[in-house]
Design a binder for this molecule. Sequence first.
Ligand SMILES: Nc1ncnc2c1ncn2[C@@H]1O[C@H](COP(=O)(O)OP(=O)(O)OP(=O)(O)O)[C@@H](O)[C@H]1O
Ligand SMILES: O=C(O)c1cc(-c2cccc(F)c2)nc2ccccc12
Ligand SMILES: [Mg+2]
Length: 273
Amino acid sequence: SVALEKKRWTLNDFDIGKPLGRGKFGHVYLAREKRSNHLVALKVLFKSQLKQSQVEHQLRREVEIQSHLRHPNILRLYGYFYDQKRVYLILEYAAKGELYKELQKCKYFSERRAATYVASLARALIYCHGKHVIHRDIKPENLLVGARGELKIADFGWSVHTFNRRRTMCGTLDYLPPEMVESVEHDANVDIWSLGVLCYEFLYGEPPFEAKEHSDTYRRIVQVDLKFPPKPIVSSAAKDLISQMLVKDSSSRLPLHKLLEHPWIVQNADPSG
Ligand SMILES: Nc1ncnc2c1ncn2[C@@H]1O[C@H](COP(=O)(O)OP(=O)(O)OP(=O)(O)O)[C@@H](O)[C@H]1O
Ligand SMILES: O=C(O)c1cc(-c2cccc(F)c2)nc2ccccc12
Ligand SMILES: [Mg+2]
């Protein structure tokens, strides 16, 4: 995709195809860059709505961060451009769409599939943390699937360089670690917590601290009220890994590089990711 490295883009550089989905601020379309015939996802955002929601700075940060990340499990952002009314993000096209649709369809994943996903996410997060970037929004909705079934972390809207750590609360609480729910200082270990929540949800089909009311979810998170249901049957190795990630004290969580050496990952993850 060298052709996509050019700097100034316009809408005329693309043939627009089918809509891929609707987001909060606009639509995402399949598009083909005319010179290279390269398929991309063109995310169209309305400036009026961005202004209204006061997320311009967050969008600029998302673009700044994601455009500099290069990893097989991180969705590429090739560039952006804007006209009078809209901002356009030129994104890598994830041909197999959203992971959570797949999770809904097959209720929960096999241990091998779950471990393969968790390992590739851990490698992507190690890469991000090495560049002082924390994602802070790891959840199934933000995971897309490439043409060969590989996972792609998308939506860096909540990511930050770990210098400024401000964050206003929004979206589902399910994935937030205690320190964010209590909105105290937080660091890259927040992504380890969220990955643990995700691993649990891959294996059981629902997140560990789910509750009807927000206040109940909040209480279950801060108390780390972690329970493993009897069904579906899950190996003790998997439960052991999850228990080492969902730890209240962020510095006591299993470091990501240690996760890749955990027996459950070693025995179940497909090395190709
Ligand atoms: N790169 C992509 N490849 C394939 N499909 C995509 C891609 N980006 C987005 N989509 C589809 O479009 C939908 C909306 O995109 P996205 O989630 O990025 O918008 P959004 O919800 O406004 O963003 P955010 O989640 O930050 O609010 C996604 O749920 C997905 O189905
Ligand atoms: O009219 C502009 O200059 C403009 C630019 C950008 C922008 C600039 C770089 C990267 C990015 F993602 C977005 N976002 C906006 C959001 C709302 C209103 C106007 C703008
Ligand atoms: Mg979305």
